[in-house]
Design a protein around this ligand. Structure first.
Ligand code: ATP
Ligand code: ATP
Ligand code: MG
Ligand code: MG
Lengths: 219, 219
């Protein structure tokens, strides 16, 4: 469902440039649970941002569910992304002016759900990540791990077929982290494709396969 | 050096309120390495923010190095904080318009260092956390773990006597995380007081003592 052929990403920085990814080739099957590990700065988030169609590669070919991403316009890319991909950002990226319930409902707004249905689905998933008592808190009135769980809930609420989770348990205690991993495993049982970036070996080993990145290359 | 006597913190939230800390009593000796663990939302960051004089308790007494914090004005509090405390925030709190070197130099600007000395000390500590090649990057051009290391460097650059680290290794791979813990252990050898919030048991066990929080209380 995801095919990378010699994907590279270069960030221009004045005279120097950063080669964050160097000729990455990778295939992910539908319904596979893949984990990505590697040192800080090795290119994991850059790889995830390209898979999630948030940034374009500098060179190489990316085929997502049969679609050649380089031939799609920004609008078409946004449509594919909103429909197929649930993205859990390493920095959460919650909207500060909305409370937890409204943040989680955003993908449902894009999908054209009624506001009643939005509240129901958002409330359900926030309860499943342990935040029933924090639905009306804005991000700045939530703890780090609570914000992380709102970001997880938002990514899963409209049942996407591909889940991209960039270090989703870094701010969570062991028990809460395991509850989140259980949710991912349930989604995988339903045939979803999951790609998990983590620094936690015990989480990575729940996947079908682990890919290691170092200095922008797959080891 | 740090004495809490029945410290409570209540966040008002409309009709309800959140009792984030409930009658916390705690003593930390000078030169002690204390670790704080507990579930997400249990009050760890709130406790650290009160220790670091960033927020005032709702009730109870806090004595920092013999000073009764409730009797200090905001200005006096800021002076104590800048001089004695190095704070590593869970959300990093880097300034987006400055590069890594300028962010790290901020405590030295407050302390009245020359700009030459600022660049020397900041450069040295950024190199010691592995970021020699990223000094001119702004936060939005750094990876999550690189931003975290800039936040660590900024907290340590002016050699504070108390280091408050709120989950400083959540975005770091195992090897980089261990390098950071080694820096903390060196500082402890020099007689600094270190308080570390972490969800990682292996990091917590490097401390002299572990305190567990649950629902705003010490177990
Ligand atoms: N400004 C605020 N207003 C209202 N509630 C708040 C505020 N800040 C924090 N809280 C609540 O207080 C509780 C304690 O928050 P705190 O950030 O101290 O937890 P924590 O132990 O650091 O959690 P984590 O491990 O997830 O970072 C949380 O349930 C949170 O929702
Ligand atoms: N916008 C940018 N401009 C320039 N360099 C960048 C930019 N974004 C990232 N980088 C650099 O590219 C490299 C890879 O970044 P990336 O965020 O993919 O790493 P990562 O593996 O996710 O790291 P971490 O585990 O710390 O989150 C880093 O060294 C970083 O400094
Ligand atoms: Mg990253
Ligand atoms: Mg916290």
């Amino acid at each position: 469902v995801i095919q990378f052929d010699k994907i590279s990403k270069v960030y221009p920085m004045g005279e120097k440039s950063v080669e964050a990814l160097q000729e990455i080739s990778l295939e992910v099957e539908e319904g596979e649970f893949l984990s990505i590990m590697g040192p800080s700065g090795s290119g994991k988030s850059t790889l995830m941002n390209i898979i999630g169609c948030l940034t374009r590669p500098t060179s190489g070919q990316y085929i997502l569910e049969g679609l050649d991403i380089s031939r799609l316009s920004s609008d078409e890319l946004a449509k594919v992304r909103n429909k197929k991909v649930g993205f859990i950002f390493q920095a959460f990226n919650l909207l500060p002016r909305m409370d937890a319930l409204e943040n989680v409902a955003l993908p449902l707004v894009y999908a054209g759900c009624t506001s009643k249905r939005q509240r129901e689905l958002s409330g359900e998933i926030l309860t499943s990540v342990g935040l029933a008592d924090r639905m009306n808190h804005h991000p700045n009135k939530l703890s780090g791990g609570e914000q992380q769980r709102v970001a997880i809930a938002r990514a899963l609420v409209n049942n996407p077929s591909i889940i991209l989770a960039d270090e989703p348990t870094g701010n969570l205690d062991t028990k809460t982290g395991e509850e989140i991993m259980r949710i991912f495993k349930d989604m995988r049982q339903q045939g979803k494709t999951i790609i998990l970036v983590t620094h936690d070996q015990s989480k990575a080993e729940l996947a079908d396969r682990i890919v290691y990145l170092r200095d922008g290359r797959i080891l």
